[in-house]
Design a protein around this ligand. Structure first.
Ligand code: PEP
Ligand code: MN
Length: 339
């Protein structure tokens, strides 16, 4: 950490800051320039709040050099993480994996129809909400355990992995027998108790970025899961809330290369929630692959106009087929291939 003192800082103020740093366990190297003093604090500690120094008298600026996250940071595994599944699917390698399905599991007929069509088009995982985090308590809340059973059955029938959202700790044991990937929704990215519990399970988690979360906060949330011993974490950009109103959210595609530089964890993109409008999903899916996404999470429905949730952003079957054909051409252009 670097602490730049103000030009007007007194020797006494500088000494107070140096003592503060030493009490925190840092060794301090002082450089006194013509105009100001610079204090370089060196040490392994990462759990400090730079504001505690910023508020001290005579301090001009504090700059953190090492990242506050360790396990999710690139240095922990510079070669990158590959999340492997029993059926041979690998996330984070050369292949790009498409996870697709309805926003919510609505019925057996709906799920099996969509599962068959996404499998035929080349998806490797079936998505579908069983527990739905809806903005209104009066909206469809999901079929719960019944949906999980349907997801497993459809997944097995069409050789698809199953991903579904976990909203609270008590759902973890209920979900474990039925799902392959725990999805942590945007609204739960900072549900730290839930993240800690997911650190104890032996199944991968796909962690979505919160609607107003910074990339650093996303990586710190991944750190919660990893520090419990579960290193199989996939990060997901799903759009953040900005001042723009033409789209439901703003898909921060730039987060993909930024995170690939900062972290070894595989990166997913969800252009469905990232845009909220089905005609914007394909362009953003294509752009996500070009930007380096390892996974695409896409909502598809056989009859989106009648969907119980997120119909407007769900692709029609034909649109999904066409998108997959295009992605098969784009992936090789950026050194990848579609699984
Ligand atoms: C979903 O995947 O249907 C969902 C609710 O996602 P998010 O948490 O990104 O809103
Ligand atoms: Mn949805």
């Amino acid at each position: 950490m670097i602490v730049a003192m103000q030009e007007t800082a007194s020797e006494e103020q500088i000494q107070v800051v140096m003592e503060h740093l030493m009490n925190m366990g840092f060794s301090v190297h002082r450089t006194t320039g013509e105009r100001q003093s610079i204090l370089a604090a060196v040490g392994a500690r990462s759990d400090f709040d730079t504001r505690n120094l910023e508020v001290l008298s005579g301090v001009e600026h504090v700059h953190r050099i090492s990242a506050p996250y360790k396990l999710s940071g690139k240095a922990f595994r510079p070669e990158g993480t590959i999340v492997q599944f029993a059926n041979g699917v690998k996330v984070g390698g050369e292949e790009v994996i498409v996870m697709a399905g309805p926003c919510s599991v609505e019925s057996r007929e709906q799920l099996f129809t969509v599962a068959e069509l996404v499998a035929k088009a080349g998806a490797r995982a079936l998505r579908g909400g069983a527990f739905k985090p809806r903005s209104s308590p009066y909206s469809f809340q999901g079929l719960g355990i019944e949906a999980l059973k349907l997801l497993r059955e459809a997944g097995d029938k069409f050789n698809l992995l199953v991903i579904s959202e976990v909203m609270e700790i008590s759902q973890i044991p209920q979900m474990l027998p039925y799902i392959d990937i725990f999805q942590v929704g945007a609204r739960n990215m900072q549900n730290f108790n839930l993240l800690r519990e997911l650190g104890k399970v032996k199944k991968p988690a796909l962690l979505k970025r919160g609607i107003a979360a910074t990339i650093e906060e996303l990586l710190l949330s991944a750190e919660y899961i990893m520090s419990g011993g579960n290193y199989d974490v996939i990060l997901c950009e799903r759009g953040i809330r900005t001042f723009e109103t033409y789209t439901r959210n703003t898909l921060d595609i730039c987060a993909i290369p930024v995170i690939h530089k900062l972290s070894h964890l595989p990166m997913a993109s969800d252009p469905s929630h990232g845009t909220g409008l089905r005609d914007k999903v394909a362009p953003m899916a294509r752009a996500s692959i070009a930007a380096g996404a390892d996974v695409l999470l896409i909502e598809v429905h056989h009859d989106p106009d009648k969907a119980l949730s997120d119909g407007a952003q769900s692709l029609y079957p034909q649109q999904f087929h066409e998108l997959m054909d295009t992605l098969r051409m784009i992936a090789p252009a950026v050194g990848r291939k579609l699984a």
